[in-house]
Design a protein around this ligand. Structure first.
Ligand code: SF4
Ligand code: SF3
Length: 554
């Protein structure tokens, strides 16, 4: 196996024996085979679009397939065999549709040369998929820079796919996103593609990432209302409970409906915390708060939570035997041997009854002393405070905003973010989104004239809110360039949704982003140079040096 798609890639080079995340060789190879098949599917889907033919089953499955390969989503080999089979079927389906359309229009059979990803007819066995991955994995591309740019594009696309899929289940979709995903996948199959062409696709991925976050914001706020400033309980209460992790608000809503009146309390974990700020979710009295912190702490936190735990997206880590029987997965998430709640039929809800029964059997949780956390500073809420914020900047009460969104992770070096948060001068405000916040969201940093010094916009996709706020401030101050604002970006990344967010920020023209805790292993030295020269991206140094530089606008 070879995988270097996340920040925890072994030695910051790549995982070759087993993933640091827990992904084994078989799953890693099946994921490679799936991406390979999706590239072939993208090739035919792009061609079909040129002849006016689309197929939403294909469009959607491309998103789902990519999403399933995001770090810490699915570790179940059998599920990947099913996904590969489905990708192979859909590849044939869209190919045949294209060939028919071509023949009708051109009055001849399509006879151009096709890439090997599009031509492959798998035997639809696990062995065949594994063999294909062995000969045609990530390292099959020998040119280091082309490989780096192709993977940057694919990883950004995986993040886009995850966000677009979350929006899709809430009835928001964009044909531009489907079309871009197919084009990008198809382009990676071209033997003679140049670095310049790939850089242009990476920039288009940034534009598409903005679009994906925008439609997801529309989907979330359309259904659940605008996030409101909310004080969230972060401790366990008397009575049985279910913990919900991940990013999928629809799963949470359906579970809340199905547990109403049962006496079961629902708690959020990790990236589900922002759900507590949406009016249409917080109206459920039995959504009682958030328990725990970022994903990598789940092995200790889940032992403490004596109830079932539902995973709706990443990040799942290898469960301990002490709580493995309490883990349930749904959507694209999977862990071998853990119970999986299947998708519902169209127009119906998922059936969470087994999970609910399990919570009843396990009985009450051990109550804890209460602590509160304030959240809900997505774009609409911050815009309500806009006058106050603008006045505070004009008067000098706020000297600088520091965007510290992104992901959290295991590495000790991430204490950097806690230190930065602690040591930033008192006239600074931290804007955050994503699970990166768990490094500092319990610090009591106070407020500036009633504006809290940590403004938490929500999930990683709510980085859209942070970009939106920046654009509004630019207009409010009559500036031409977003980089003239007193905002610094100190972003933490871990998985591919953070790659998507980074590309979105670049597409919006943000320059001088600090990226940590390490520079991605999949970026070759030449590609790093391109990012440094064109966007001023820089690695993090120590907190003191970086704070000084940021305060000087560097
Ligand atoms: Fe390694 Fe990250 Fe890939 Fe897992 S996702 S195998 S930790 S590089
Ligand atoms: Fe976190 Fe996985 Fe990335 Fe959604 S839950 S930000 S790491």
């Amino acid at each position: 196996m070879f995988c270097f798609q996340c920040q925890e890639a072994a030695k910051n080079e790549g995982c070759t024996v087993k993933g640091v995340c827990g992904k084994d060789e078989e799953v890693a190879k099946l994921q490679d085979a799936l991406v390979y098949l999706l590239k072939g599917t993208g090739f035919w889907a792009k061609k079909a679009r040129q002849y006016g033919v689309t197929d939403e089953e294909v469009d959607l499955f491309i998103l789902e397939g990519l999403f399933a390969t995001v770090t810490n989503v699915n570790f179940d080999a059998e599920r990947f065999v099913e996904y590969c089979n489905k990708a192979a079927d859909l590849k044939s389906k869209i190919r045949d549709k294209f060939l028919n359309a071509y023949k009708q229009k051109e009055d001849s059979d399509f006879s151009e040369e096709i890439p090997r990803e599009a031509a492959w007819e798998p035997a639809k066995t696990k062995e065949d998929y594994l063999a294909k991955a062995e000969e045609d994995g990530v390292l099959a591309e020998e040119n280091e820079d082309i490989r780096s740019l192709k993977e940057l594009l694919i990883y950004g696309l995986k993040g886009i796919a995850a966000y677009a899929d979350h929006a899709y289940v809430l009835n928001e979709k964009s044909d531009n996103i489907f079309s871009f995903a197919e084009t990008a996948l198809a382009e990676t199959t071209r033997e003679n593609i140049t670095s310049e062409e790939l850089i242009s696709l990476v920039m288009q991925a940034g534009d598409t990432a903005v679009k994906a976050m925008e439609i997801l914001d529309k989907a979330n706020t359309g259904r659940y209302g605008k996030q409101e400033i909310t004080s969230v309980n972060t401790s366990l209460k008397e009575g049985p409970g279910i913990l919900v992790s991940g990013h999928d608000l629809l799963d949470l809503e359906e579970l809340l409906k199905q547990t109403e009146g049962t006496g079961i309390n629902i708690y959020t974990h990790g990236e589900m915390l922002p759900a507590n700020a949406y009016p249409e979710l917080k109206k459920f009295d039995h959504l009682v708060g958030n328990f725990g912190t970022a994903w990598y702490n789940q092995r200790s936190e889940f032992e403490e939570f004596n109830g079932p735990i539902l995973f709706t997206t990443n990040c799942i880590v290898p469960p301990k035997d002490s709580y493995k029987d309490r883990i349930y997965t749904t959507g694209l998430v999977g862990w071998p041997g853990c119970k999986h709640i299947p998708n519902a039929k169209t127009g119906e809800q998922k059936d969470f009854s087994s999970l609910i029964e399990h919570a009843k059997q396990l009985g009450s949780l051990q109550p804890q002393e209460n602590k509160e956390l304030t959240i809900g500073f997505a774009k609409d809420q911050v815009m309500e405070l806009a006058d106050k914020v603008i006045d505070a900047v004009k008067s000098g009460a706020i000297k600088r905003f520091v965007v510290m969104g992104g992901c959290d992770g295991r590495h000790k070096s991430r204490e950097y973010y806690t230190e930065v948060a602690k040591d930033l001068p008192e006239d600074t405000v931290i804007l955050t989104a994503g699970c990166a916040k768990y490094r500092y969201n319990m610090l009591d940093l106070g407020d500036i004239g009633g504006i809290p010094r940590i403004l938490d916009a929500g999930q990683c996709n709510d980085s859209y809110s942070l970009a939106y706020i920046a654009l509004q401030l630019k207009d409010a101050f009559g500036l031409d360039d977003i980089n003239d604002l007193p905002i610094s970006y100190d972003i933490a990344w871990y998985e591919q949704k953070a790659v998507c967010v980074l590309l979105a920020l670049l597409a919006l023209g943000v320059k001088g982003i600090r990226l940590g805790p390490t520079v991605p292993a999949f970026l070759s030295p030449n590609v790093v140079n391109v990012l440094v020269e064109n966007f001023g991206i820089k690695p993090i140094e120590d907190p003191e040096t970086d704070i000084e530089a940021m305060m000087a606008g560097k």
